[in-house]
Design a protein around this ligand. Structure first.
Ligand code: ZN
Length: 179
């Protein structure tokens, strides 16, 4: 077993390398790694640092979906649980966006407890990234669409961690104030 601090540190480093040069959605061209740091830190805080594999999976949650990282590599470098948490958070990118969104809502209640927390943290971070001062009509429309969908996904994930649930509700409230 890899000591917890090394596990998290190596996950952060691998994520930084694999997502190098990628930008997240939203204004400001923020590096993608900011999203991963946010998700990992939400998970660390929500669990008070008690679950290093969960935090590592937070850093890595988009590596299979967005980079050439495989499940096997994550299992070998980290652990079987880290690999399976990331797989649970990976969409089938061969499907059209509407179908991927529909499946996320449908599949959310069937996920493991850890994957549910990652999904909520992901939606908190992505909602936050869409909250900007003085949004254009297009940005408002995108935000309304995103929070409508994210709320459905989170409905299938919530109930295990009151702090994380509340953070999501706060993000939605802040988003709705702009609409
Ligand atoms: Zn993500």
């Amino acid at each position: 077993m890899i000591p917890p601090l090394r596990l998290v540190s190596e996950a952060a480093e691998l994520a930084a390398h694999r997502h190098n040069g990628m930008a997240r959605k939203g204004r400001g061209n923020e590096p993608y790694i900011n999203h991963l740091a946010e998700v990992a830190n939400l998970l660390a805080t929500a669990t008070d640092g008690a679950d290093a594999e969960l935090v590592a999976a937070g850093w890595l949650h988009d590596t299979i979906e967005d980079t050439d990282t495989t499940r096997e590599e994550l299992a070998r470098r980290f652990s079987e649980r880290v690999a399976s948490l990331v797989v649970e958070c990976t969409d089938d990118m061969s499907l059209p966006k509407a179908e991927r969104r529909r499946l996320q809502v449908l599949d959310a209640p069937k996920k493991s407890a850890g994957a549910k927390l990652i999904k909520i943290a992901d939606k908190i971070s992505n909602t936050g990234a869409r909250i900007q001062t003085d949004p254009s009509a297009g940005e408002r429309e995108e935000l309304a669409d995103y929070i409508g969908w994210a709320t459905q996904v989170v409905a299938g994930c919530r109930g295990d961690n009151a702090w994380l649930d509340e953070k999501f509700d706060d993000a939605v409230k802040a988003a709705k104030a702009l609409l």
